[in-house]
Design a protein around this ligand. Structure first.
Ligand code: PLP
Length: 379
């Protein structure tokens, strides 16, 4: 009986337990504490570019606090990527604002800069005011065309919040994802690039902004001895124990990145040889995806089978795969939101599949997945 292969499992280094033991010894079993500071420092040093990092309870909380800092509120519109996980857009609704969805382009599968500009112009025409923010996503770890998107955003003077929840370690020309916009977001949920069991971070442009984010993340308590509140706050800080796991994970980030990229290379090398299957890849040398998940597109007119067939056959072999994200404009909850489409996210959802990509997979595991797909063609 061969082992179960799952999509993307937590992959501990062994050092996490030492960091947690230290936290227990000092009795810092609370949100805040030395591990939170150390985890933020490790992330800040890793990202460079003079950024500040605030560790939070989730990536979703990071997006929410970023939008609050950008002043997003009732009556505002925020441009969101259509092809993404709903957590990219939900915080817009928490703020009483309306997500406006923009479709993807084919190089990165992320927000199309052309459609973005079209959407900005059209929203100004229709509503008489500019969208309040733009949320591009580095989906599956592939950097969005951030330079082009930021250039357009600057021209219209609209802030950018980069959802890099899946893209820790990804780069364009050596510049790290999460550092392109006014804010950047990471997730440390169990299946992401690294994990704190659950957690996230908001990347900020200055110590002042980071300080303000920390204030909102800890119930907006004023700096006096009694409990004084001038704003509505949130309980969004990362716990010291979760941050201890994060400190352990940061010690092996480079190894984890290297392994995900190796796994992608094995898939690409073999699967691209199958007519009708293509493995998503960096569109040029400037792009360096972390390949959080390796994704394939299946042209069923050539292969004779669809992603559903691959999903089913792998499932019966104890291998977990996942359809690509169902676009936001197809979600009942966002059915009435404005959408600027070109058909590409619909095509992706109909044609693609995410393959198991966790850094703990062995070469044999990866080859077992590929063997089964190859055998489909021999039928
Ligand atoms: C995981 C994820 C989030 C949310 O992060 P959580 O830590 O799970 O709250 C947001 N956006 C994208 C694209 C994600 O994949």
């Amino acid at each position: 009986m061969s082992n179960k292969i799952l999509l993307s499992l937590p992959h501990m280094s062994g050092k996490e337990q030492e960091f947690i033991a230290d936290a227990f010894k000092s009795n810092w079993i609370v949100p805040l504490g030395p591990c939170v500071d150390a985890f933020e420092k490790a992330l800040k040093e890793y990202l460079g570019d003079g950024k500040e990092v605030v560790a939070l309870s989730a990536g979703t909380a990071a997006i929410h606090l970023g939008l609050i800092q950008l002043g997003v509120g009732p009556g505002d519109e925020v441009i969101c990527q259509d092809f993404t996980f709903s957590a990219s857009a939900n915080p817009v609704v928490y703020q009483g604002a309306t997500p406006v969805f923009v479709d993807s382009e084919k190089d990165t599968w992320n927000m199309s800069p052309e459609l973005l500009e079209e959407a900005i112009k059209d929203r100004i025409r229709v509503t008489g005011k500019k969208p309040k923010a733009i949320i591009p996503v580095d989906l599956y770890g592939m950097p969005a065309k951030m330079n082009e998107i930021v250039e357009i955003a600057r021209r219209y003077d609209i802030p950018v919040l980069e959802d890099s929840a899946e893209a820790l370690g990804s780069e364009i020309n050596g510049k790290k994802c999460g550092t392109f916009g006014d804010f950047g977001v990471f997730s440390f949920n169990g299946n992401k690039m690294i994990t704190t069991s659950g957690g996230g971070a908001l990347v900020c442009n200055s110590p002042e902004v980071a300080q303000r984010v920390k204030y909102y993340a800890t119930q907006a308590r004023e700096a006096v001895v009694y409990y004084l509140h001038k704003n509505v706050g949130y309980n969004y800080r990362l716990s010291n124990i979760c941050a201890a796991i994060g400190c352990g994970q940061m010690t092996v980030l480079e190894q984890r990145l290297a392994r995900r990229r190796e796994i992608h290379a094995i898939y690409a090398d073999r699967l691209n040889k199958i007519p009708g299957i293509s493995v998503a890849d960096n569109p040029s040398k400037e792009y360096n995806s972390n390949f959080w998940l390796t994704c394939i597109l299946i042209d069923k007119h050539i292969t004779g089978y669809s992603w559903e067939d691959v999903y089913e056959i792998l499932k019966t072999n104890d291998i977990e795969t996942r359809p690509l994200w169902k676009p936001m404009h197809q979600q009942p909850v966002f059915a009435n939101n404005p959408f600027y489409g070109n058909g590409f996210s619909d095509y992706l959802f109909e044609s693609g599949l995410c393959l198991p990509s966790g850094s703990s997979m062995s070469d044999d595991d990866v080859n077992r997945v590929i063997d089964i797909i190859e055998n489909l063609n021999k039928k």
